[in-house]
Design a protein around this ligand. Sequence first.
Ligand code: SF4
Ligand code: MG
Length: 320
Amino acid sequence: AEPLLRVKDLKKYFPIRRGVLQRTVGYVRAVDGVSFEVERGETLGVVGESGCGKSTMARSILRLIEPTAGEVWFEGENLLRLSGSSLRHMRRQMQIVFQDPYASLNPRYSIGYTLEEPMIVHRLHTPAERKRRVRWLLERVGLDPDYAKRYPHEFSGGQRQRIGIARALVLQPKLILLDEPVAALDVSVQSQVLNLLEDLQDEFDLTYIFVAHDLSVVRHISDRILVLYLGRMAELADAEVLFVDPLHPYTRALLSAVPVPDPDAKRERIILRGDVPSPANPPHGCPFHTRCPVAMDVCRSEVPAWREVKPRHYVACHLY
Ligand code: SF4
Ligand code: MG
């Protein structure tokens, strides 16, 4: 079957401009050739340190920012070729939940209006039906339907993120991009929101792309996990396989920072040297070679190919 979403060689370069004439002197390669597929009902986790391009990738898929190159196929249509009403129609099916539930809700709008607005914009339902749907949605995300009358400042971070999730559900999307949806929340609230997302996925047949910097957050919710480094793909595997048998040295380093529940099963902690290089000036060869504990000569000159080294397990590294 055709996957729900197919991303092919997606790139987003931001020009660096200098001087009075604002000449372009280079590019920040935020997303530099990313390809993957997402099956219906699947959750794809996307992880990497900040600056690895994961948020830019999510926004480029939705065309909240315009990609520089590539293809984004959603249900057989290349989104990057669409415009006007056909683009609007496709966008209804893809929604995003942002990290910061404080910034993503308009403080002057009641929760009821916040949830009703997308239906007004798309001219859906009668006013009475919209109000009913708002109350129903609030219940679905575990909130009191009477909260519709209240304003964002009256809610906790966790409640606001539930409202952000309800807003993403209003138009009955098929795909939701979750951009660090629990990173701003207390640990105790994080698991509640993760459980809610899993319940909603089953109830509404949703497909998720779950972006996070923390591998432990995506472990249980993801079917597969894609690891990005400097805007490029390092590794892709089934979630449990990635935890048990990580192949890329960068994935191993990320994993070594994840606390292990069983103290006897301690992993060796791998400390990465140096900072993430600037995506304006990425290293030649393997983008990870400046920090890789096992880099070889070839890593400095040749870009490692993206290979399926075990069934469903892909990696870009000269070790394999
Ligand atoms: Fe390390 Fe070389 Fe593999 Fe890159 S290609 S991750 S530098 S071993
Ligand atoms: Mg799932």
